[in-house]
Write a protein that binds this ligand. Structure first.
Ligand code: GDP
Length: 312
């Protein structure tokens, strides 16, 4: 189990083609390699093969990467406002966001909505200016444009002090100084760890887990995805599910999974701060709270999409 202080939960906000897939792929490839005495895993083929096999972009699901004992959960964010409710739900699982911006194109209007939501939710932003290798890159101007955008969207003083990481995601490198080319993505990992806050919460308190998303998995049936806000949840445990009307019913959860790289890893128990997948709750709905059966307390509701949008 990863202790709460060693977890970071982030989302990436990026306009299409600004390099989100490439960056996450690079982070996955370099995941774990900055740890002493650890065998470097060749993940290049893994992720590409998986991607091909499933015919999806790796970001269709949540991923996690490891850096020096830290676990960074990266949740996927829909790119624009057509998924308003979903954007909000996803952002409510994280504490920080990476705003990824192409060094030539600059911030694009389609990401304004998502960024605005992130700032409203008080998330801590890190700006990544990607593709600084482009001959037409306008690095300083783009940083100014991002600053301007934050200002327009009502960012608070702390948010306006966002760190800027400069990247060439395609080469798997990042740097804090655009004149000094990077060697790897270490500066990006370091910035996420030092700048984005660790989750808060008491692992010994009664369980509270907010269901941010539900999916159907052909192997394990209906699954709920959400963040444990308090306490911990174990496979096979009896929990209370609190619905939108405040009705409480007891259920037995099936298995608990966390995100490990591109995979879901079954764990006996997951503690607060973690983003988990819970199986076995066949009627679970978005926005419901999974709580301690003896002390069931609901978490604040979250926006639920219209049925039509939920199909997309
Ligand atoms: P996404 O739509 O945001 O996921 O973008 P992708 O990761 O698919 O990247 C879009 C295109 O930009 C691809 O052709 C990438 O190879 C290219 N790309 C990504 N990172 C860089 C970079 O750092 N420099 C350059 N020049 N191209 C990049």
């Amino acid at each position: 189990m990863t202790t709460i202080s060693k977890i970071r939960n982030i989302a990436i906000i990026a306009h299409v083609d600004h390099g989100k897939t490439t960056l996450v792929d690079g982070m996955l490839k370099q995941s774990g390699i900055f740890r002493e005495n650890q065998v470097v895993q060749e993940r290049v083929m893994d992720s590409n093969d998986l991607e091909k096999e499933r015919g999806i972009t790796i970001l269709a699901k949540n991923t996690s990467v490891r850096y020096q004992g830290y676990k960074i959960n990266i949740v996927d964010t829909p790119g624009h406002s057509d998924f308003g409710g979903e954007v909000e739900r996803v952002l409510k699982m994280v504490d920080g966001v990476l705003l990824l911006v192409d060094a030539a194109e600059g911030p694009m209007p389609q990401t304004r909505f998502v960024l605005r939501k992130a700032l409203e939710l008080n998330l801590v932003p890190v700006v990544v200016v990607n593709k600084i290798d482009r001959p037409d890159a306008r690095i300083n101007e783009v940083v100014d444009e991002v600053y301007e955008l934050f200002f327009e969207l009502g960012a608070n003083d702390e948010q306006l002090e966002f760190p800027v990481v400069y990247a060439v995601a395609r080469q798997g490198v990042a740097t804090m100084d655009p004149d000094e080319p990077g060697q790897n993505l270490k500066p990006l990992f370091e910035t996420i760890i030092s700048h984005c806050p660790a989750p808060q919460g008491d692992p010994a308190a009664p369980l509270q887990l907010l269901v941010n998303n539900t999916e159907y998995d052909p192997y394990i049936g209906r699954i709920a995805i959400g963040r444990v806000w308090q306490g911990s949840i174990a496979g096979g445990q009896t929990v209370a599910v609190i619905d939108h009307e405040g009705n409480i019913k007891n259920f037995r959860v099936g298995r608990i999974y966390v995100f490990e790289g591109l995979e879901r890893l079954e764990v006996p128990r997951a503690s607060c701060g973690e983003i988990v997948v819970v199986s076995g709750l066949e009627d679970i709905k978005i926005g419901e709270t999974i709580a301690d059966k003896d002390l069931p307390v609901a978490l604040p509701a979250i926006t639920v999409d219209e049925p039509t949008l939920e199909m997309t």
